[in-house]
Write a protein that binds this ligand. Structure first.
Ligand code: HEM
Length: 670
């Protein structure tokens, strides 16, 4: 135990994570529940029963449930996930679920006693809660593997598995218990070797059953044929020219509105939480353009949906389930919706696809729930990370602004079309680099081997993993591996040499392909790659081009302390600024409200930036611009610059400086 405690302390700054002797004692004392805790627990058991019955009804009769699993989990009493780990460990060992733990390097080798094993499992569970699991795995890779972040390793993990993630057919006899989601302990292989990762992702299409919350939807189904049927049907809504180019005007109108909205929020000079702002806008884009929802419904439901998915302390019960009911109604009843194949104007194509799929109600329900989540969190976080990095790199921010200014000047007052989006280059590079450094879906993809598979182990050896092994093709470790990207792998560098198949483009003939390689798979590899990537690429370019055309961004306190910091892939100190990877996507840690670490408290996401209109900058630049050759002129003809006391260029309003970092700025004529 002591040995493991030492190792885990080293790996995970265990004391700080709440696993100090004091906090363990606190947890133990909560094992003798008070009357209040007993009541809470019994209420929770009733809620779970209702959820199971309603999910069963959805699966058998198609009746829409009154609550989602997210809302159920919001009411979960603290520590309840931990209880029973001992019994689950015995069961997992007896059933042979943990056999793979001896096949590859990993921390299990050091766990000699039952106590050691339980502690490892607690660490895994705590790391999931803190959104720091991938950093923990990276630390394990560096410790136990001989290829650093490129080492394939195996870890014990506490998972929530669903019994029914296969196609629901009329013949299928389901009992209410089939709707339960069960906590299990499994051996999880982290595939980090680039060749292994690409090969496994491409051929083992079968998913792990850990998305039961999303029923038998396209992302969660473990039935490959059912997945193929859904994919073939839903993909029409995402076809670049026949669908996305047609709904672009809705996206565009919202992108213009969003720039006005940001202007109002930033009017009095107050910093803006760009994470909240961009998550809101991504949810707006999704509902208005893809689902064809009325604007009033979108505004009414936007915040509630987001807070529930995030398990935000202010989330209200019913917000997500009521939104689901209303949006389901839009999909089922709105006769003005259209897909390209309907031969009428394309409107809300994804809602129309839900209407016409002829799938079971649980598939449609799961897909809507999936889309409301995966369709906004991912894009919102990516845009936030990008804005954060450009605020830290004013020189690159200026290059983006020059490019978007040039873009709008070339349009000469007309609105951009889908094809016009192919004109970006710097923005494309910044988006691609953000997807590498801060992959919104940092977990990558969870698969279950369809047949035995050989993977690299330490040294030159290879091991054969049996059919059924759970494997994670994680993006985090491959995207941050210096062996694959160079010594600056932890830094934002949009000028790095991406292979052409990695660079994301929009609006040109090859744009619909998935940006991917052995070392890079922000949207997962084909064929089970992201379905919404083309929409995400379009909306990000529309929103970001308007925002960077109209505004400049700089870090606001307390985020200004991050100006010159680097976030290491394996930094497991929970107090260091990092990506919070909880609930499936990774956003920036809220430095103001995420500081205290306790077992039932979740880290939140936020990113406060100063936002200033670019008009003053643009006027200044305009005086020094030749009509043609804009790209180079702006940068080279600067006659002065805000420069920090450390000698760095600072952009327009770095001039405010920061007391915390001791950095100040002044204008320096050249
Ligand atoms: C920057 C934005 C996005 C990123 C980085 C991203 C990334 C990913 C990744 C890595 C997966 C694989 C997940 C897994 O296998 O468990 C995935 C799947 C999926 N994504 Fe996205 N996504 C983004 C935006 C979107 C949007 C906007 C939508 C919908 C509007 C969407 C819909 C889906 C769907 C439906 C799947 C399941 C595909 C399948 O299993 O065939 N995504 N995404």
């Amino acid at each position: 135990m002591d040995r493991l405690r030492r190792i885990s302390r080293h790996l995970l700054a265990g004391d700080e994570l709440g696993l100090s002797p004091e906090s363990c004692a606190a947890a133990a004392s909560s094992a003798q529940p008070s009357e209040d805790a007993k009541q809470r627990k019994s209420k929770f058991v009733d809620i779970i029963r209702t959820y199971i019955m309603e999910t069963h009804r959805l699966r058998t009769t198609g009746e829409t449930p009154s609550m989602t699993l997210h809302e159920v989990l919001m009411m979960q009493p603290p520590y309840s996930k931990r209880t029973g780990l001992g019994k689950q460990l015995e069961k997992a060992e007896a059933k042979g679920y943990l056999a793979a733990l001896s096949l590859l390097p990993g921390p299990w080798a050091d766990a000699q006693t039952r106590e050691d094993k339980l502690r490892l499992l607690e660490l895994d569970w705590m790391a999931q809660q803190e959104g720091i699991q991938l950093q923990l795995y990276a630390a394990y890779q560096e410790r136990y593997g001989d290829k650093g972040l490129g080492s394939n390793i195996v870890v014990p993990s506490v998972v929530m598995h669903s019994k029914v993630t296969e196609k629901i057919t009329p013949e299928k006899q389901l009992t209410p218990l089939d709707s339960a989601i069960v906590q299990r302990i499994v051996a999880r292989v982290i595939v980090a070797d680039p060749e292994d990762a690409e090969r496994v992702a491409r051929i083992h299409v079968r998913k792990e059953p850990n998305f039961g919350v999303l029923m038998d939807s396209i992302i969660s189904t473990t039935d490959n044929e059912h997945w193929r049927e859904q994919r073939q049907h839903l993909v029409e809504a995402f076809l670049p020219l026949s669908s996305l180019a047609e709904i672009l005007p809705v996206s565009l109108a919202r992108a213009k509105d969003c720039a006005n909205r940001l202007g109002s929020l930033a009017k009095d000079g107050q910093p803006v939480d760009m994470s909240d702002f961009l998550l809101h806008e991504a949810q707006a884009q999704l509902q208005l353009a893809l689902l064809g929802a009325p604007e009033s419904l979108m505004e009414e439901t936007n915040q509630g949906i987001r807070k529930t998915f995030m398990f935000h302390p202010d989330a209200k019960l019913g917000d997500l389930s009521n939104a689901m009911k209303e949006l389901m109604k839009v999909a089922q009843e709105d006769r003005t919706l259209g897909l390209p194949s309907d031969g009428c104007p394309v409107r809300g194509p994804l809602s129309r696809a839900l209407q016409t799929g002829n799938f079971h109600a649980s598939t449609d329900y799961g897909n809507l729930l999936l889309i409301l989540f995966a369709g906004h969190d991912t894009t919102g976080h990516t845009m936030t990370w990008l804005t954060f990095e450009l605020a830290r790199h004013p020189d690159i921010q200026r290059k983006v602004q020059e490019e978007v200014d040039h873009f709008f000047r070339c349009l000469n007052g007309r609105d951009p079309t889908y094809q016009d989006l192919s004109k970006f280059d710097v923005l494309d590079r910044c988006i691609t680099e953000t997807l590498r450094l801060w992959p919104a879906v940092a977990n990558g993809t969870f698969r279950q081997l369809q047949f035995a598979e050989e993977l690299r182990a330490n040294g030159e050896s290879k091991v054969t993993l049996p059919k059924g092994t759970f494997v994670t093709i994680s993006n985090w470790c491959r995207h941050r591996n210096p062996e694959l990207w160079g010594a600056d792998a932890d830094s934002f560098n949009p000028w790095r040499s991406f292979a052409s198949e990695e660079l994301a483009r929009v609006g040109c003939p090859m744009a619909a392909r998935t940006p991917q390689s052995a070392r890079f798979s922000p949207f997962a590899h084909n064929p089970r790659s992201c379905l919404g990537k083309n929409f995400a690429q379009m909306e990000m370019r529309l929103i970001l081009s308007y925002l960077f055309h109209k505004f400049s961004f700089a870090l606001a306190p307390p985020y200004d302390a991050l100006m010159d910091t680097t976030t290491k892939a394996s930094d497991t100190n929970p107090r260091t600024f990092r990506g919070i990877n909880s609930g499936g996507t990774m956003g920036p840690m809220d430095l103001e409200h995420g500081g205290s670490v306790s077992e039932d408290e979740r880290f939140l996401v936020a990113m406060k930036l100063r936002v200033a209109p670019t008009s003053a900058q643009a006027q200044w630049h305009a005086r020094h611009r030749r009509a043609s050759d804009v790209q180079d002129t702006l940068y080279e003809s600067c006659e002065g610059e805000f420069v920090s006391n450390r000698g760095e260029q600072a952009g327009l309003y770095g001039s405010q400086g920061s007391k915390k970092t001791g950095v100040s700025f002044k204008f320096q004529p050249s």
